[in-house]
Design a protein around this ligand. Structure first.
Ligand SMILES: [Zn+2]
Length: 137
């Protein structure tokens, strides 16, 4: 399973990080950490952009993140036109990564607070596709 079932708009198949989708379908949101310099990456990277090492390990993002910023998207980009409005949020996790993703639709804008605790979770989309989203911790 590669990136062909990820999100609304297909990614080009990325063989080296295709495990990400397999794990997502198994209920886990995974990131990578460089064994050489300790850099952590999301989306996962098979090669470390800091030290160029390919010695990376996978880990699950399971901490409670804190909301850093968000925006209400009223006009979706190509592939997301019919989804708007939705809320795009930036969340910082203890694992040393920041993730940009949508907030679950069950969180309304009036209930959003900076620094609120959120978890990142796989989210099923129509047509058997899969992505990830933030939910209340
Ligand atoms: Zn590195």
């Amino acid at each position: 399973m590669g990136f062909e079932n990820f999100g609304t708009v297909s990614f080009t198949a990325e063989a080296k990080v295709a495990d990400f989708i397999t794990q997502l379908e198994a209920g886990k949101v995974m990131a990578t950490r460089c064994r050489k310099c300790g850099g952590s990456y999301f989306p996962p990277k098979a090669d470390c952009p800091k030290c160029l090492s390919s010695d990376v390990e996978w880990f699950e993002v399971k901490s409670q993140g804190k909301l850093l910023s968000y925006t209400v998207v009223n006009y979706g980009p190509s592939g997301f036109e019919n989804d708007a409005p939705y809320i795009l949020a930036l969340v910082k996790f203890d694992e040393g990564i920041q993730i940009l993703a949508r907030l679950s639709r069950d969180i309304e804008e009036k209930d959003i607070k900076m620094g609120m605790n959120l978890t990142v979770n796989p989210a099923k989309l129509p047509d058997n596709r899969i992505a990830y989203e933030f939910r209340r911790a």
